[in-house]
Design a protein around this ligand. Structure first.
Ligand code: NAD
Length: 497
């Protein structure tokens, strides 16, 4: 326990919550493995953290952006050195296999170097004035104090998608990680400290919805970036709207993979196993609906059942493990509930449909890879996010029907289409209502320098990743410099009636 970083980090000091309350953090694969007890922070702790972030803002925002970039580069270097060590702890805490958590850390490394490079490119515009001897430009300014609230499934990558661009642009941060991945959050913040991020620039406050709400509602927090469920995101959106705050929401998904009759079925199979059962199906971008042409339906489903039934479940820090546990009892209950719903709706459980037991799995939250066939577009298991290793298979007869079924949901995060026909692929890029479309690849696999985000019930119009995230973390200031030496009235002096 002594080697576990289990405190808040406020103004450069590791400390307990003011009220002294704690919550327990366990390994979802081995419940007897208690990782630690973490601060259940309250309003006072959030207030301390926001005050520290506000105090640090001026100096940090005044630092030349490339100097901030140098610090981000050091963060990338330290993450690289600690990649395996971090990944081990992340797997222990949230369950996905070690090779996946290494990828999670790598995404953070890529994001660090990308954000560092953007500090030399925080472009504004210069444009001609309509008046003589006048210069027009726009520049980018940081917003101020940013509240960062995240889910547990990418416990290092997702917080860095938010924090690195926020810091690069000159903002300061208060970070509230998920209560299901506090240790990973703390290990990440330790990297910031060790890289020389000044006190108060990044603050960490552990806790649950109480701390999250306090951060959203705090009058001195200028912007909120959230990743999590659509239900929570809606509440945050309402509060931020009321308080006139800028907010970015990355929420749930129900991502379709369309497989047409001309697809390479072996390629599809590899993509499906990774897309549907990677991270135990607990990705916002997980492939949760297979929309497959009737001509190849049976052949593909048979191959899939055979391959998925062979996946090795276990503790993710063991080499043999291909699929880890579900995050917690609530997650398991939700999966069990939806499997019941699917059965009642008349779908067929073609594989799984129950908790995985025996073989050393009894002490964890394991659920068998599950495939529902005979799913129709208006069933709840075809429309609602389950967030587990459950794939719904829908049979279609044409491209047009596939698009209709794919779009028949409230979400719009990721999507995929498998076809060898280039015209169909290009049509799908336009026709699928989603923020991301993969052609001949599964619905997962974001790269750090590309925009990431969803439409409809998944997002509120912002993007993470790539250049676009800098739009969120900066304000545009428009500047006019009149060097004519006289008053010039735009739209009046230069227009003859
Ligand atoms: P969640 O909404 O329960 O919690 C997310 C975070 O919000 C946690 O830190 C939690 O403590 C905090 N929170 C809860 N209530 C709050 C409130 N009222 N005010 C402020 N903060 C509050 O989500 P989860 O179960 O941790 O994560 C799973 C969900 O996240 C899934 O729906 C998944 O699709 C989504 N997700 C989306 C993306 C994306 O980029 N679109 C990425 C990962 C996960």
């Amino acid at each position: 326990m002594s080697d576990v970083l289990n405190k808040n980090f406020i103004n450069g000091v590791w400390q307990d919550a003011t009220a002294g309350a704690v919550f327990k953090d366990i390994n979802p694969a081995i419940h007897s493995d208690v990782i630690g007890h973490f601060p259940e922070s309250g309003v006072e702790d959030v207030d301390d953290a926001v005050r520290a972030a506000r105090a640090a803002f001026r100096a940090w925002s005044k630092m030349p952006a490339p100097a901030r970039g140098d610090i981000l580069r050091r963060i990338g270097d330290i993450l690289t050195e600690r990649k395996s060590e971090l990944a081990f702890q992340m797997t222990r805490e949230m369950g996905k296999p070690f090779f996946e958590t290494k990828g999670d850390v790598q995404e953070a490394i890529d994001t660090a170097y990308y954000a560092a490079s953007e500090t030399r490119r925080l472009f504004g515009h210069t444009v001609p004035s309509e008046m003589p001897n006048k210069f027009n430009m726009s520049i980018r300014r940081p917003i101020g104090v940013c509240g960062v609230i995240t889910a547990w499934n990418f416990p290092v990558a997702v917080p860095t998608w938010k924090m690195f661009p926020a810091l690069a642009a000159g903002n300061t941060v208060v970070f509230k990680p998920s209560e299901d991945a506090p240790h990973s959050g703390a290990l990440l913040v330790k990297v910031f400290e060790d890289a020389g991020v000044p006190a108060g620039v990044v603050n960490l406050v552990h806790g649950s919805s109480t701390a999250g709400r306090a951060l959203v509602e705090h009058p001195d927090v200028d912007a909120v970036s959230f990743t999590g469920s659509t239900e929570t995101g809606s509440k945050i959106g309402e509060a931020c709207g009321r308080l006139h705050k800028r907010f970015s929401l990355e929420m749930g998904g129900k991502n379709p993979m369309i497989v047409l009759a001309d697809a390479d079925l072996d390629l599809v199979l590899d993509g499906l196993l990774w897309g549907a059962f990677g991270t135990t199906g607990q990705r916002c971008t997980a492939t949760s609906r297979l929309i497959v042409h009737e001509d190849v339906h049976d052949a593909l489903v048979n191959k899939l059942i055979e391959a998925a039934s062979k996946l090795t479940l276990g503790y993710g820090n063991e080499d043999s493990t291909e699929m880890g546990p579900v995050i917690n009892q609530k997650g398991l209950d939700k999966i069990e509930y939806y499997v019941g719903v699917g059965k009642e709706e008349g779908a067929t459980v073609a594989l799984g449909g129950k908790r995985a037991v025996g073989n050393g799995l009894d002490d964890g939250y394991f659920y068998e890879p599950t495939i529902f066939t005979g799913v129709t577009p208006n069933m709840r298991i075809a429309k609602e996010e389950i967030f587990g290793p459950v794939l719904s298979v829908l049979k279609i007869r044409s491209y047009e029907e596939a698009i209709q079924v794919a779009n028949n949901i409230q979400y719009g995060l990721s999507s995929a289409i498998y076809t060898r026909d280039i015209a169909t692929a290009f049509n799908a890029m336009h026709d699928i209502e989603a923020g991301i479309t993969y052609v001949n690849g599964p619905t997962i696999g974001a790269e750090a320098h590309m925009p990431f985000g969803g439409v409809k019930g998944t997002g509120n119009g912002h993007r993470e990743g790539g250049w676009e995230v800098f739009e969120f973390y900066t304000e545009t200031k428009t500047v006019y410099v009149d060097y004519s030496g006289k008053l010039q009235k735009a739209q009046i002096d230069n227009v003859e009636d």
